[in-house]
Design a binder for this molecule. Structure first.
Ligand code: CMC
Length: 376
């Protein structure tokens, strides 16, 4: 009988000072600060500084950090050319993964695992990821690529690069809050992938590329797109009941619900629910919010007793739709933000590195004879 913990459930595989999760109480803190005040009062730039330096910055430190980040917003000519070569039918997560990997190619010292070098490279990947996603989206729409604006915040710069218009304060603030909420979350699957890769003393480009691949899956970051697909399948609020009950009867998953760690309401979902409602009302998407809310009511009635509640992806879908993002950009939004967490975890791993190399229980046969090809 195997002793392996399926899905590594309950296994502690790293130490971190970045995020603390109490899954029973529905608590999430970044470096000891609850996620709610951070989402309300902080900015994404400040949050990244917090995660990487384990303390909030003073005003001059934040100004210097933001300046550094913003001076890295622009893509090289080669990167733009590569994006222009991407098939317009490609999926944005595949493009993001491919182009982030390619950023190593013009780095004169891509393999350095020196702390300050890894942080600088992580900062460059973080700064350029919005331009990569936006440039590909414009390329597939047959539009010119827009140059970044270093006077803009991370959030506003992305919306500018995508739409060619400066966002309203409300849209910038909403998007910034989403970036804060997605920045880090313990040893989730993509972060684990990142730490495994960097633990071999491979490079940060490989670690983040691998993490993007892990995030894309529908059981992880890809769930936010799954939520929107499901909400689009339901014609009206009145049809939600049959839709959800049908799925539960067929033992299908309702995307955006359940979590390996949270057995209570995900605190990120608490914040996003309020944000989604307000944005949906402001942007003529009230019915979409009503549908989401009805899904939640039915799930609460049917499965909350099993500890299944909305997770971060559920109300992200309505939020991103109201911000005007296309469905297949939802998971890239998660990635833009999580690059901050992945980089922080790569730094923590390198600070006290030991190769991550667990074992597998061998459950196959022994002592079988080798049979030559002509006798098989
Ligand atoms: N809808 C219906 N039933 C569910 C769901 C769901 N979304 N999630 C879990 N369950 C049920 C599952 O059927 C099982 O029931 P039973 O014990 O009767 O067989 C029980 O809950 C435990 O499920 P599990 O698959 O063993 O739980 P897990 O810890 O392996 O999976 C999960 C966690 C997130 C993969 C799962 O809840 C799921 O598939 N959710 C939908 C996808 C999703 O929203 N993913 C985003 C996760 S949060 C953001 C992120 O970190 O990426």
């Amino acid at each position: 009988m195997s002793t392996a913990a399926k899905g590594l459930e309950g296994v502690v595989a790293a130490e971190t000072e970045m995020s603390f999760i109490d899954g029973e109480k529905g608590v999430l803190e970044y470096v000891g600060i609850a996620i709610d005040p951070l989402a309300r009062h902080s900015t994404f730039e400040e949050t990244v500084f917090l995660l990487w330096n384990k303390r909030l910055p003073k005003a001059d430190e934040l100004a210097a950090f933001s300046k550094d980040l913003r001076s890295n917003y622009g893509l090289s000519k080669e990167t733009k050319r590569l994006i222009a070569l991407m098939p317009t039918s490609a999926q944005p997560m595949h493009v993001l993964r491919t182009i982030v990997s390619s950023l190593a190619l013009d780095d004169p010292d891509p393999n350095s695992t020196d702390r300050s070098a890894v942080q600088a490279k992580g900062l460059r990947i973080l700064a350029q990821a919005p331009a990569i996603v936006a440039a590909f989206d414009r390329h597939r729409r047959g539009l010119e690529i827009i140059e970044p604006d270093s006077s803009l915040s991370f959030a506003a710069n992305f919306l500018w690069l995508l739409n060619g218009e400066k966002p309203t304060d409300t849209m910038e603030r909403a998007f910034d809050a989403c970036m804060i909420l997605h920045a880090d979350h313990g040893l989730n699957a993509s972060t684990f992938a990142c730490r495994v890769i960097i633990s071999t003393l491979s490079d940060i480009y490989s670690a983040i590329t691998g993490a993007i691949g892990a995030l894309r899956g529908p059981l992880h970051g890809g769930a936010n797109e799954g939520v929107m697909v499901a909400l689009n399948e339901v014609g009206s609020v009145g049809e939600v009941e049959d839709f959800v009950m049908g799925k539960l009867k067929r033992k299908e998953r309702i995307m955006g619900f359940g979590h390996r760690v949270y057995k209570a309401y995900d605190p990120r979902a608490t914040y996003l629910k309020t944000l989604a409602k307000q944005l949906a009302e402001d942007t003529g998407n009230a019915e979409l919010y009503e549908k989401s809310s009805r899904v939640e009511q039915i799930m609460e009635r049917e499965v909350a007793a099993k500890g299944i509640y909305p997770n971060v992806d559920f109300y992200s879908a309505t939020t991103y739709h109201s911000i005007g993002l296309k469905l297949d950009l939802f998971t890239p939004m998660f990635a833009l933000s999580r690059i901050a967490g992945w980089t922080g975890h790569a730094l923590e791993q390198l600070d006290a590195n030991r190769l991550i190399r667990p074992k597998a229980d061998y459950v196959g046969p022994h002592d079988k004879p080798y049979v030559s090809m002509d006798k098989r």
